[in-house]
Design a protein around this ligand. Structure first.
Ligand SMILES: [Zn+2]
Length: 293
């Protein structure tokens, strides 16, 4: 079982491309889309306006851990206040050319570490959302799920004066890929419990310190074990839950391609390495597939 840990910062060596994108795409055409699996990360969504945890503009931050979320009402107020402020940024984000090209490629499967749902919205099929999805909330007691948008409206009704009280403009607040806004005054924020059983509501995403559901891991592993190529797109592979699939693919002798615009923890395992923007790489790859048909 995979435990999500905090990203390791500042331990990477500089990355360098090993081949041109044309050379990599030629190799991927030989393998074929039907035998290729993608593993996507935050770099896929930066062109949709969702910042990367580790990109050049990212500020150091400490994401909420599962243990902290459960620890008490102050921590939950903090989580939901920040999520409430950050939600619009996630809700309004739209898939970019990279997501659309990925959908058009019709790969054997896509494992995403993103919780923004943009791959799914773009029509990517056979997708495993490894870290869950932000557009849903889950009751920790009765396990019912609710839409995040419903909760947003409930939180807005419960906290009508909150923004006036903290005196900040939500448009000027930095928001992380998990919708967490940089906000400190969260003490008085009122949270909503499960309407059915008064249990704690949690976003249906895997927090740092939390275990990825075994069935989800198995679905992802099945995809990787059946594939002849694994293409990492926009991920620094900072968390083990993603890196393990790259290790598995390399061990099985599959072609491992990494396209991420900075160093990754999987660089030693990559057969081919590109630093291109994911949207550029994916649109070129998708065009090449169409031209070859
Ligand atoms: Zn419940």
């Amino acid at each position: 079982m995979a435990v999500i840990r905090d990203p390791l910062r500042g331990r990477e060596r500089p990355a360098a491309p090993s081949h041109t994108d044309d050379q990599i795409i030629e190799r991927l055409l030989e393998v074929g889309a039907e035998s290729t699996v993608a593993l996507t990360g935050a770099g896929m969504s930066t062109a949709s306006g969702i910042p990367d945890y580790r990109g050049p503009d990212a500020s150091p931050r400490s994401p909420m851990t599962y243990q902290a979320f459960l620890a008490g009402p102050l921590q939950r107020s903090r989580y939901w206040a920040r999520s409430w402020v950050g939600w619009d940024r996630i809700e309004w984000a739209e898939p970019n050319d990279g997501h659309r090209a990925l959908a058009a490629l019709r790969l054997a499967g896509t494992i995403t570490q993103n919780v923004d749902g943009l791959d799914r919205l773009a029509g990517v099929r056979d997708i495993v959302e490894l870290h869950g999805r932000l557009d849903r909330v889950l009751c920790l007691t009765c396990r019912r799920t609710y839409s995040r948008q419903w909760l947003q409206e409930e939180l807005t009704a419960l906290n009508p004066d909150f923004l006036d009280r903290i005196d900040v403009d939500p448009r000027e607040i930095e928001v992380a890929p998990d919708g967490d806004a940089e906000l400190e005054q969260t003490r008085d924020f009122r949270v909503r419990d499960c309407p059915q059983c008064d249990g704690l509501l949690k976003p249906d995403v895997v927090f740092f310190g939390e275990t990825v559901d075994t069935r989800v891991v198995e679905r992802a592993r099945d995809l990787v074990e059946a594939a002849d190529a694994l293409v990492v797109l926009g991920s620094s592979l900072a968390v083990m839950s993603g890196l393990r699939f790259v290790r598995a693919a390399a061990k099985l002798g599959a072609l491992v391609v990494i396209d991420t615009d900075g160093p990754t923890r999987g660089d030693d395992l990559a057969d081919m390495r590109s630093l291109s923007r994911t949207a550029d790489f994916l649109t070129a790859w998708e065009r090449a597939v169409r031209d070859s048909e």
